[in-house]
Design a protein around this ligand. Structure first.
Ligand SMILES: [Zn+2]
Length: 184
């Protein structure tokens, strides 16, 4: 989708914000699923990780494996609230006219060593499997970042966007009631 068309559809969505929670709830009642791509390793995954509110263990483990520390080749448990937030973003993007939204995962779980090598914060949520650096395929990240704030996806999350690295944004599921948004 080109940038102008995307902005137009986003503007339409913003005009009807009440439609968003409905979409997310309806999605949660049946299944929660994600399309994930790992550009670093070329892996692709489209998977349901929850059905009728129950964890689909096979799907969930596949998500955890894809969101591993690729460099160290170590897998960790990925926070379910983080996945639910991503699923909510996916559902809302569908409503905004983005076809089959796909999360391009630049970094998710990180071992201590990898985190240090990439200059991550000492108490980074990446260490706990609670953070993802990503972009959505065909969606400009600066637009996505602003839109997520406007549609209130930021409740209980940390969200960061760096103008110097405009191709991805950070999202973490730190704590309900504690929200931090930053632009660098
Ligand atoms: Zn991050």
């Amino acid at each position: 989708m080109d940038r102008r068309l995307f902005l137009k559809t986003m503007a339409t969505t913003l005009a009807i914000p009440v439609a968003l929670p409905t979409a997310v709830d309806a999605n949660a009642a049946t299944g929660r699923w994600l399309n994930l791509v790992r550009p670093q390793s070329g892996e692709k995954l489209s998977v349901i990780y929850k059905r009728n509110g129950q964890l689909d263990k096979v799907g969930y483990h596949k998500v955890c494996a894809l969101m591993r520390d690729v460099k160290a080749d170590q897998t960790s448990v990925i926070d379910l609230r983080l996945l639910d937030i991503l699923d909510g973003i996916r559902a809302a993007l569908v409503q905004a006219g983005v076809k089959n939204p796909t999360f391009m995962v630049h970094s998710a779980f990180r071992t201590w060593q990898t985190n240090r090598e990439v200059g991550g914060a000492l108490q980074s949520y990446h260490l706990k499997g609670q953070a993802i650096d990503f972009h959505v395929k065909d969606v400009p990240t600066d637009v996505l970042f602003k839109w997520m704030q406007q549609v209130k996806f930021h409740e209980g999350v940390g969200m960061g966007y760096y103008a110097g690295s405009p191709n991805w944004m950070h999202l973490d599921s730190r704590q309900v009631g504690r929200t931090v948004i930053w632009e660098g």
